[in-house]
Design a protein around this ligand. Sequence first.
Ligand code: NAI
Ligand code: PYR
Ligand code: MG
Length: 467
Amino acid sequence: MAYNSIILRVEMNHSLLHFGDVAAAIGQAGGDIISIDVIRPGQEHSVRDITVDVTENGESLVVESLEKMDGLRLVNVSDRTFLAHLGGKISVQPTMAIRNRDDLSRVYTPGVARVSMAIHESPDKAYSLTIKRNTVAVVSDGTAVLGLGDVGPYAAAPVMEGKAMLFKQLAGVDAFPICLDTKDTEEIIRTIKAIAPIFGGINLEDIASPRCFEIEKRLEEELEIPVFHDDQHGTAIVVIAGILNALKVAGKRIDQVRVVVNGIGAAGVSICKMLLAAGVRRLVPVDRDGAIVRGGSYEHPMWQWLAEQPQVEAEPGKLSDVIRGADIFIGVSRGNVLSAEDVASMAPDRIVFAMANPNPEINPEVAMPLVKVFATGRSDYPNQINNVLVFPGVFRGALDCRARRINEPMKLAAARAIASVVTENELNEHYIIPSIFNEQVVAKVRHAVVETAILTGVARRTPPDFR
Ligand SMILES: NC(=O)C1=CN([C@@H]2O[C@H](COP(=O)(O)OP(=O)(O)OC[C@H]3O[C@@H](n4cnc5c(N)ncnc54)[C@H](O)[C@@H]3O)[C@@H](O)[C@H]2O)C=CC1
Ligand SMILES: CC(=O)C(=O)O
Ligand SMILES: [Mg+2]
């Protein structure tokens, strides 16, 4: 069950009610009291902040029940999630203070001019003398934000700020959100190329398909820094990591399972490609109109590519037809598109990854009793399959070895590294993927990425710990 956390500021008249009455009313309305802070004590009146977890639609029930109470005034209701966003979630900090004119003349004019000329003469020095070596742009046009769809660049910003926080906290990478007010492929490419000089890497985020494929391909060809579409490759890498471990739990082999991938957009295409590279022999890609079949003809270039792969099944049908007998369902589509009957029709010891955000393809409470292994993209259930396990370590590694690009062997190595964090002894149906707070994740992904970049010749520098 998903929860929101709210803070209720209440003023109580003690001649008419006690705190126990208020706590009971909150409990009866479905709220779970987490903490109580006395803001203003008093014999006759007091003011308290009560922090309460409520179900996604439960806030109004709690508020209504308190509003009905004699002797209680509800001063304010605040949502802790919104409070965490006030003023945005990141800021820029200088690396030194400017305390006097001497400092000023070194970090700014006239001293800075010598540094500019040094970079002008030798552009590579941008890596040692500017923020380039540790800075990534998180770029979105706001057209496929989580599973919310085309909500625009302003609404995309909180998600991109969140990604920037995670880059910094988990991997020490300085990431900056760039939300573009254009949906034009050429303009997006031109803009990213124009801002690239200050960045050591480009993380594309929540850009709708199919334009995301062209944007990434062109930028990879035309820029000398790594470009990585997180929703495609970050997601595919973490899915492969999860599948490798889930198959061990289910006692199945990757070359023997039948896999249904629902939602063949940015994430779905990349997942399908990586599943094929990892050895899947029976694949059923499904989008809104049903299965994408071998031999079919499609306008979408990546669907056409899928239709030409020998491992893709030729049988047409809607999701509820083609899911019958499948060993694995991977959803990267929309919330609530998979029914309990669909899941029950799959093969025994089935694996379901329902990864649409924020609402998975099926309610976890409904699905969990029906499957061997269940995972979502969310942090409030076991087995969080989320690309946050990937992008911090991948960019840490790519920046440290100054990789020109992030190639397929580097992605597969990252997936294996994530899977390896869960040891054979620890592995079980509720623990197939490590937590994002497990410190080994970034370290192992970084190591795998650097090692493979060096082996495949895309590294332009060998980090000291690899010499
Ligand atoms: N857990 C994680 O780490 C990640 C989760 N996601 C989630 O996956 C979903 C898709 O993300 P993207 O690929 O970036 O979006 P996208 O917009 O590129 O692709 C979504 C695809 O789903 C299809 N679709 C929509 N409704 C469908 C239905 N009822 N049945 C079958 N297909 C349907 C669309 O036609 C489209 O092809 C979103 O909910 C997103 O939040 C995406 C990336 C990472
Ligand atoms: C996690 C993520 O990147 C998404 O849901 O779009
Ligand atoms: Mg995303």
